[in-house]
Structure formats: C-alpha cells, structure tokens
Design a protein around this ligand. Structure first.
Ligand code: F6R
Length: 260
C-alpha cells in the first residue's frame, strides 16, 4: 500500500486525475473502474477539465462502475448511471456503448452478474479501479461481513449506508435496500487501485484499513493484500494514522524510477 497524504481533497483529487490521465495517454483503450458518491466528484471534475483543456481522449476507454441500485427504474434521477452521465460521461467524449454498470432487470440476477464479470474479462480486466470507502469500511457495496473472495452479486445495504445516501433521494425511504456490487474478489483483480478518502469522518476507517488487522468486518482492509494500491488522503482523513510521519517520509523520498 502506498499512503499519499495531501493538504486538501482537491490536491489529492488532482493527483488521482493525473494518474488516471497518464494511464489513458499511455493506453488509449484503458479499462477504468469507477465509483460514485461524494468522494470522486472532484476527480471527475479534474478529468473533465483535462479533456476540455488538454484534449485528454476518452473515445476508446471502457468503464465499469462498482455498483448500481437494484430495483430503481432506469429513468430515476438517483441511479448511478444517471450520476455518471451527469458528472463524467456527458462531459467527455466517452462512448456510452463502452460504459457498464452492474444492472439487472430482476428476472435472472445471477446471470446478469455473471455477464458483468465476463464483460470485464473480455475487455482485458480493469487497469485502474477508483474506490471511495464507507465509514463502516465498505468498498463498492461490500458491507462488513462480505466475503473477501466475493464476486459481483446482489447485496443488502446497511441502514447506515442508506442514511448516508439519502441525500441523493427526495426522501430517505426512497433509498433502495438492495444493490448489485462488484465483489471484493472482483475488485482485487484490478491491476491498480486508487482509494480516495477525505474529511475527518473518514479518519477512523482509514486508520483501520491501513493499520488495522485484515478482517471482513472492514472490507477495505483487504487492500493490504493488493500489490498496487494507493490510498490518497487529505489532511483530516489521515489524522488517526499512527505512522503518518513514516508515510510522508516515504512519499517525499520516492525514487524517480519508482514514480508512477
Ligand atoms: C460508490 C461506492 C461506495 C462509496 C462509499 C463512500 O460507488 O462504491 O463504496 O465509495 O459509500 O461514499 P462517499 O464518497 O459518498 O463518502
């Protein structure tokens, strides 16, 4: 794990955007794994700005989102498809036919999940997976106690997650109870992972996922096993890290040949 602490959420998002942009420039048909929620909004803003100002080209890029609510009508404004279109897809030249979210009409959910996984494989796997983290340690919607080997499947959201996500709905009762999410095993197969976490409300879970034991009760702690995971934090999200000085020392002394 590489722990990168920046002064602000904007600075951390700019850094994440530069890593994604470098991949897309080096591999124009890169496969990106995307997240929704508050955390990646600035990252998308930066990528959109790079598209507009520097010609960053998404025409051949393929995307797979981590998750989607189950049971929301397609035209509902709170679907993650809608979020992605609003903040990223329609502001770039991405080809919508190459954007995938784990959806199911409900007739054969398992087959739909299998097909999503097969599509990822067919595209050569995910080059960079963007992640946020829930205060309870979830990644995607793999809530605590999810199998650390899980694949894409239907999950039941915790009441806490539903409450946090209520801001995207007109009433808390409207938040679906179920979603389809990439599994933890699926996420772990991504070639590189960028987990972003901002603000003091994430400081406890950040300390747990970086420095705590590996446990299904903090699903994000599995990233301790990922060979290419960067944890990008702002100052307040890093506040409870015991070895913060060391991470900052490592980052400021990173050899040039290791910069990526
Ligand atoms: C969203 C997702 C979730 C969020 C997490 C944090 O696609 O997979 O794991 O990343 O709930 O949400 P925010 O960023 O709103 O704090």
């Amino acid at each position: 794990m590489e722990i990168i602490i920046q002064q602000s959420d904007r600075a951390a998002s700019v850094l994440a955007a530069k890593i994604v942009a470098a991949k897309v420039r080096q591999k124009p048909d890169a496969v990106l794994g995307l997240a929704t929620g508050d955390t990646p909004l600035m990252l998308y803003e930066e990528l959109v700005a790079m598209h507009r100002n520097e010609g960053l080209d998404f025409a051949r890029v393929t995307t797979f989102n981590l998750d989607e609510y189950f049971g929301l009508p397609e035209q509902h404004p709170s679907t993650y498809r809608h979020y992605m279109e609003e903040y990223f897809f329609k502001r770039t030249n991405i080809d919508l036919r190459r954007t995938f979210l784990p959806v199911s009409a409900g007739r054969d959910v398992e087959a739909d999940c299998r097909q999503f996984e097969e599509k990822i494989k067919e595209c050569g796997g995910i080059d960079i997976q963007i992640l946020g983290v829930g205060q309870d340690g979830h990644i995607g919607f793999n809530e605590p106690s999810s199998s650390l080997a899980s694949r894409t499947r239907i999950k039941t959201l915790t009441q806490e997650t539903r409450k946090n996500n209520a801001k995207f709905f007109s009433s808390p009762d409207e938040v679906p109870k179920h979603c389809i999410t990439m599994g933890i095993g699926t996420i772990m197969e991504s070639k590189q992972v960028l987990l972003l976490a901002f603000g003091s409300k994430k400081s406890q879970v950040v300390a747990q996922l970086v420095e705590g034991p590996l446990t299904a009760m903090v699903p994000a702690s599995i990233l301790q096993f990922h060979p290419q995971a960067k944890i990008l934090l702002d100052d307040s999200a890093a506040a409870q890290l015991r070895r913060r000085d060391y991470y900052e020392w490592v980052y400021s002394n990173k050899p040039n040949w290791q910069k990526n």
